[in-house]
Design a protein around this ligand. Structure first.
Ligand SMILES: Nc1ncnc2c1ncn2[C@@H]1O[C@H](COP(=O)(O)OP(=O)(O)OP(=O)(O)O)[C@@H](O)[C@H]1O
Length: 238
């Protein structure tokens, strides 16, 4: 196993319009590591992800992916480094079947492996297996979110980034999605998760980062953090 982190962000400053949103954000995600990024609304979590993924350019700071400089690189180059994004909202094609939605995303991983096949994704999401011949527009919100995660898996990634993947989903579906994240983690794929369900995230992740007003104020193992931890509660307004 290589010690080079998959993602290394160093001192990122990002402006959106005339607003200075990120104030020197540094973070790493190592191989196989599950990391969550926590923070109240508007603290800069999505902006951090977008800066790392090349969707916005930082005014200062550096992004390295697998040790290579990738600051503001085009998003498809970053994707080719084995990084898959599951965005907030769905993006499922309404006129394609579940099978077509999944298969169109298939591609080998960075090292050429093709371990995540259509069949394996259906085994991971029995609910999608039942619906495999349905069209995208016949699916519930939770099923659509499962497709977006399934599509990310079909790219045989080293890291999956999930931004609010369980937003607006029923508790039962949310539980199913967390179970899949656990499976993904056990398969050795790193995850970077942003979500509002702090308790669930602490139970799922190895490490937690907490953002306040564009800065990372806490970075530590989740093993030492309880959901009612004082510092955590203060920063998250729990
Ligand atoms: N296009 C924009 N121009 C100016 N400010 C923006 C723009 N987009 C977002 N912001 C501001 O940037 C700040 C950080 O937003 P960001 O979406 O990164 O926060 P977040 O922590 O992901 O919050 P949320 O959980 O609400 O998505 C917010 O205060 C937001 O109002």
């Amino acid at each position: 196993m290589s010690a080079t982190p998959i993602i290394e962000a160093v001192g990122l400053h990002t402006h959106l319009g005339s607003s200075h949103i990120l104030h020197g954000v540094s973070l790493t995600v190592g191989r196989g590591e599950a990391v969550c990024l926590l923070g109240r609304n508007g603290m800069g979590k999505t902006t951090t992800l977008r800066t790392i993924l090349g969707l916005v350019s930082p005014s200062r700071g550096e992004v390295r992916i697998n040790g290579q400089p990738m600051t503001a690189a085009p998003p498809h180059r970053i994707a080719r480094q084995g990084i898959a994004l599951v965005p907030e909202g769905r993006g499922v094609f309404p006129n394609l079947t579940v099978r077509e939605n999944l298969v169109m995303a298939a591609r080998p991983g960075v090292d050429g492996r093709r371990v995540w096949t259509y069949e394996r994704v259906l085994e991971t999401f029995p609910r999608l297996a039942e619906r495999r011949n349905n069209f995208g527009n016949q699916l519930s919100g939770g099923e659509q979110q499962m497709i977006t995660i399934g599509r990310a898996l079909m790219t045989n990634p080293d890291l999956i980034i999930l931004d609010e993947a369980t937003e607006g989903l029923a508790p039962l579906i949310r539980k199913e999605i967390w179970a899949v994240i656990r499976t993904i983690r056990e398969a050795g794929i790193a995850t970077l998760l942003v979500d509002k369900n702090v308790k669930d995230l602490l139970a799922l992740c190895d490490r937690a980062l907490v953002m306040v007003k564009g800065r990372i104020v806490l970075d530590g193992a989740t093993a030492g953090l309880a959901p009612d931890d004082d510092a955590l509660a203060r920063h998250l307004g729990l």
